[in-house]
Design a protein around this ligand. Structure first.
Ligand code: PRP
Ligand code: ZN
Length: 299
């Protein structure tokens, strides 16, 4: 039965998204032991219960309004959405935000030695996939006729087992394709993990918990992509250094003890920007550069 005083979040039990999902909840301040294999675990310090299931079950639990919040890959979400739409079943949900992990592609791949010219290669072929609805939509739009072979796992072995001419599956590092003598020929879409929420009536209490959690999650993600950078720069080059290393806010400029020619600058900036500009910073005379991780960032 639904408990209106506790929010329920569903995440993947084991697989590509599970470690990152658990870590995100814990870094957002939730005290919870997600190591044991229970279906539902209760948070000690927040009115939240976390449920761990197979990723393919997550969109349905949200769309049916059984669970309040979920972390799921856009790939799995899109497949369930198209499936439900084709059967005229409930398919409503709200996408709250994209997360910073679970990046992958959904691609068409064929045996490495097969000649490939263009997408028409796939006309009248049989393709093994766990994403038949996404594939059908893609090929229908291109007027390509194909036969699908729906498999829930081991899709990559279908061509060598003689079950299909190619596969349409998730590619992350590409190691699975390589290990099975396949090569990617078309990328159909990209996907990230995302945070979704049920769209039907939720009480004010639950809404306030979601808002609180969202603020925290945004803070955790922002902190992960930011670094606290401290450096010394010649006073004469300060303007140029500030321009190079643009930050979230104005930098802090601090006088040095016994050196009038230099000042210290502290700024919160993206780690990427730092690496991109490091050579130029050094040319401008920046020294004593320290890059520190940030645990949390609130706006
Ligand atoms: C996917 C996919 C491949 C693998 C690709 O399975 O089906 O087997 O990951 O990853 P790679 O390019 O890094 O080798 P996954 O276990 O993530 O998903 P699923 O079991 O939930 O379908
Ligand atoms: Zn799965």
């Amino acid at each position: 039965m639904q408990n209106n005083n506790r929010l329920r979040i569903v995440i993947q039990k084991s697989g590509r998204l599970s470690t990152d999902s658990k870590q995100l909840l814990i870094q957002s301040g939730m005290k919870i032991d997600l190591e044991d294999k229970r279906l539902i675990t209760f948070s000690e310090n927040m009115p939240i219960d976390v449920m761990c299931v197979r990723d393919d079950d997550i969109p349905g639990l949200i769309m049916d309004g059984i669970i309040d919040l979920g972390i799921v890959g856009e790939n799995v979400l899109k497949e369930e959405l198209l499936k439900r739409q084709s059967k005229l079943e409930d398919s409503n949900y709200i996408k709250l935000m994209r997360l910073d992990f679970g990046h992958c592609k959904l691609s068409l791949s064929i045996p490495i030695n097969t000649n490939y010219f263009d997408i028409n290669f796939f006309n009248h072929t049989r393709i093994a996939t766990s994403y038949p609805y996404i594939l059908k939509k893609y090929f229908d739009d291109k007027n390509i006729i194909f036969k699908s072979c729906s498999l829930n796992g081991s899709v990559e072995v279908a061509p060598s087992a003689g079950l299909a001419d190619g596969i349409f599956d998730l590619v992350s590092t590409g190691a699975t394709l390589k290990a099975n003598g396949l090569r990617e020929v078309e990328v159909i879409c990209y996907s990230y993990a995302c945070l979704i929420c049920k769209s039907n009536n939720m009480n004010l209490f639950k809404k306030s918990i979601i808002n609180k959690l969202l603020t925290r999650i945004k803070g955790v993600i922002k902190a992960r992509e930011s670094k606290y950078i401290m450096l010394h720069t010649p006073r004469s080059q300060l303007k140029k250094v500030m321009k190079l290393l643009r930050g979230a806010e104005e930098p802090t400029i601090i006088e040095l003890g016994n050196d009038n020619k230099k000042v210290a600058m502290h700024v919160v900036s993206s780690e990427n920007l730092f690496w991109e500009t490091m050579e130029e910073l050094k040319l401008l005379g920046a020294s004593s550069i320290l890059v520190l991780p940030i645990e949390k960032m609130m706006e």
